[in-house]
Design a binder for this molecule. Structure first.
Ligand code: MN
Ligand code: MN
Length: 384
């Protein structure tokens, strides 16, 4: 889907009138997008201005290595892929922060206000171009390098989507290597489970299995590549049409596991969770009957019947699972693609990998929970 989302299916033995078994995860993650006119020079340092995407805690994004990914579309329509910083021999980028010696005023500000969004400016160069007497020579030098490498001009940023993400490799965490640290576990840990489960399918499933890897979840599932887009209907309808089945008949009998991460109980911050109702690391895939905020606002809120169906299915397939809720009542909240699947008259429930430090540059999950999410996805796809 337009280079941003992906839909896969394995056609089942039964036709689409029996419904489909759907897994829906998202593959976008919170990040720093470059603004459309990002490049500037200040005091002989060149910068990119950014506008953050998704829910971030801004103070976490300064003084860490960043890499750039995205596309630049030039005026003649050529799409150029840009990846800088992912290769260990590449340079990386960074956003500055104050030294403690001069942070007396900043230290008095609240955590949410200490780093304003407009301060998330990425340092990209400091060397002036040689043999030029004009202004902004550092900026010019950076543009020269980009032009040599990618054949782009400053104007091409207007039609570019460039994103800065942490340049931190995925690593095993803990002496026992029981955990995985990485950027973007939300929601790639679940997206991977979904994808691996559909690829590993040996037999033709009873019902058609559908793996959805959606974009734009972190900003509300908006846009043509988000889960609210009718691109999903187009895909399902193509299968239905080939089998002479009406789309609405298929939808009402389909089942969706909205595979998205949940928060794992963090013993360092116990005050934000109800210990009895929060998912924990190493207790398996975390089912969330509802998400949302305050009085469950913005939630899918799966029925008891749907929860019961998943309990039974997981028990039959040896899936270790747990029930979880996103923190204490009125402490905050969040949403997933679940409600947009339910809108389509599809029974839907949230379940996924519990995460510590969700939405941070380096999120933490347990291997056991990842494996159980994979097994859970397999059970969903293969339900008879
Ligand atoms: Mn998510
Ligand atoms: Mn998220």
């Amino acid at each position: 889907m337009r280079g941003k989302a992906l839909l896969l299916a394995v056609i089942g033995k039964k036709n689409a009138s029996h419904g489909m078994q759907i897994g829906a995860a998202h593959i976008d993650s919170p990040r720093l997008d470059l603004k459309q006119m990002p490049l500037y020079e200040d005091s002989e340092i060149a910068y990119f201005k950014t506008h953050y995407y998704g829910g971030i805690r801004k103070y976490q994004w300064v003084t860490i290595p960043l890499e750039l990914h995205g596309v630049v579309v030039t005026r003649d329509g050529t799409v150029k892929d840009v990846v800088i910083g992912a290769d260990p021999t590449d340079p990386v980028f960074v956003i500055s922060d104050l030294l403690p010696h001069l942070a007396a005023s900043q230290n008095k500000k609240s955590l949410g206000e200490a780093i304003p969004g407009e301060n998330l400016n990425i340092i990209i160069g400091s060397e002036p171009v040689s043999g030029d007497d004009g202004a902004d020579k550092v900026k010019l030098n950076v543009m020269k390098i980009l032009n040599e490498k990618y054949g782009i001009t400053e104007e091409d940023f207007l039609s570019a989507e460039l994103e800065a993400v942490p340049a931190l490799p995925v690593r095993e965490v803990g002496l026992d290597r029981s955990m995985i640290g990485a950027y973007g576990h939300d929601d790639r840990s679940c997206a991977f489970a979904e994808l691996a489960a559909i690829i590993d399918m040996d037999d033709v499933p009873e019902k058609t299995s559908v793996c959805v890897l959606a974009d734009k979840e972190e900003i509300g599932s908006e846009g043509v590549s988000g889960m609210q887009s009718h691109a999903f209907e187009c895909f399902i309808e193509d299968i239905c049409a080939a089998q002479g089945v009406e789309l609405r008949r298929c939808m009402e009998r389909s089942f969706c596991l909205s595979a998205d991460v949940t928060n794992a109980f963090d013993p360092t911050y116990p005050e934000v969770s109800d210990k009895r109702n929060n998912a924990k690391l190493n207790y398996g895939v975390g089912i969330a009957k509802f998400t949302g905020a305050r009085g469950k606002s913005g939630s899918n809120d799966a029925s008891a019947e749907v929860v019961g169906r998943v309990r039974r299915l997981f028990a039959e397939n040896g899936v270790v699972w747990q029930m979880g809720e996103l923190g204490k009542v009125d402490e905050g909240g969040g949403g997933t693609v679940a409600k947009f699947m339910a809108l389509r008259n599809i029974d839907t429930i949230d379940a996924g990998v519990p995460v510590i430090s969700m939405h941070s540059p380096y999120e933490l999950v347990s291997k056991l929970d990842c494996y159980m999410t994979y097994k859970a996805m397999k059970a969903i796809y293969l339900e008879k």
